[in-house]
Write a protein that binds this ligand. Structure first.
Ligand code: NDP
Ligand code: 13P
Length: 333
């Protein structure tokens, strides 16, 4: 297949290489023209994926025209708050034979839309059977080193989910299929907010018990909201739900956990973000998730606590004890 990957961050670069080794003709689109030239010349993404060779056969370009014309599949690996602006530039292309696959994990601010919803919003002619997502516990640093990983490909259309599964699957990258696209997207986006919370616990030097509590109650919260938004309950105990929550809350590679850790240790959000080149999607998505929860009257105490610590500069320790001393509850309500 001819497959284009939009976004040459760590994840886009990793997947472009994986798809090339799976026998596809791959084009990788980079947002900045000068960095596209550097990537093409050096064949290494020193900023976002150092130490990994980008094969010469992968076309690297800053041209959206070159990336998006005549492709069987377009993979979107752009930070979610920027996806709409890139897609607007694709309005006049003919995509009748193209499948879009989002691998980004976030919910757009203000509109509160998932990436598949943004795609439909901007590219009006695209049908649901042309859109899918690929998500799960999968740090680029490990997939690019061929470390065994399992993820899920989802689309409303089962055939499309299987097409995506088939395009990506390798001996070290196992892909399951699902038709619950919304559940997979909500799981992938909301776990980043809980992972910031897990990082805060690390940075504030609470313990393993606290971390287990936030992860378990976090998945309860994520599921409650996702189900209210139309997702299927079982999706949240799968790879794109609990699986991704585990890796993001526990991994040394997670940018979201890192942001939380710095804040928990007393740093200011703006200083932490200024020091990072990579994206921590959970920061902006925290605002969206909180708004979605208010709109749909779903209780999300952990997300609200993370919001207060990030954006109202409240003390992480005080907020944690407030979370602990709420009214007594049954575990399953
Ligand atoms: N990294 C990972 O392990 C995984 C990431 N993801 C998801 O993939 C998505 C992409 O993340 P990732 O690859 O890690 O990104 P990185 O943090 O590695 O890189 C950020 C990317 O965003 C690009 N960018 C910055 N501003 C804009 C803009 N205005 N318009 C378009 N692109 C812009 C940067 O381009 P430039 O270089 O030109 O600044 C760069 O390519 C995210 O949603 C993330 O959650 C999902 C699974 C795993
Ligand atoms: O989604 C990811 C792993 O599955 C990446 O998480 P971070 O963005 O926190 O690094």
């Amino acid at each position: 297949m001819r497959i284009s990957v939009l976004g040459a961050g760590g994840w886009g670069t990793t997947l472009a290489i994986l798809l090339h080794y799976n026998g596809h003709d791959v084009t990788l689109w980079e947002y900045k023209s000068n960095y596209a030239k550097i990537l093409d010349k050096t064949r290494e993404n020193k900023i976002y994926l150092p130490g990994i060779k980008i094969p010469d056969e992968i076309i690297i370009t800053h041209s959206l025209k070159k990336s998006c014309e005549n492709q069987h599949m377009i993979v979107i690996a752009i930070p979610s708050q920027f996806i709409r602006s890139v897609l607007h530039e694709l309005n006049n292309y003919d995509f009748h034979d193209t499948t879009f696959v989002s691998v980004s994990k976030g919910i757009e601010k203000v509109t509160l839309k998932t990436v598949s919803q943004i795609i439909h919003d901007v590219l009006k002619k695209i049908s649901p059977s042309q859109v899918g997502v690929l998500s799960g516990p999968s740090h680029a640093e490990e997939v690019s080193r061929k470390i065994p990983t399992a993820v899920v490909a989802a689309s409303k259309d089962e055939f499309t989910a299987k097409q995506i599964q088939n395009a990506f699957i390798t001996s070290y990258f196992r892909v399951y299929s699902s038709t619950d696209i919304l559940g997979v997207e909500y799981g992938g986006a909301t776990k980043n907010v809980i992972a910031i919370g897990a990082g805060i616990i690390d940075g504030a030097k609470f313990g393993d018990n606290t971390k287990a509590a936030i992860m378990t109650r976090g998945i309860a919260e994520i599921s409650r909201l996702g189900i209210a938004l139309g997702a299927r309950p079982e999706t949240f105990s799968g790879l794109s739900g609990m699986g991704d929550l585990i890796v993001t809350c526990m991994s040394k590679h997670s940018r979201n956990r890192y942001v939380g850790e710095q804040i928990g240790a007393g740093k200011k959000l703006k200083d932490v973000l200024k020091s990072m080149q990579m994206v921590a999607e959970g920061v902006e998505t925290c605002k969206s998730v909180r708004e979605l929860a208010i709109k749909h009257k779903v209780s999300t105490p952990i997300v609200n606590s993370v919001y207060q610590i990030l954006f109202e500069e409240r003390d992480p320790i005080k907020v944690t004890y407030e979370l602990m001393t709420r009214d007594m509850k049954a575990e399953r309500e």
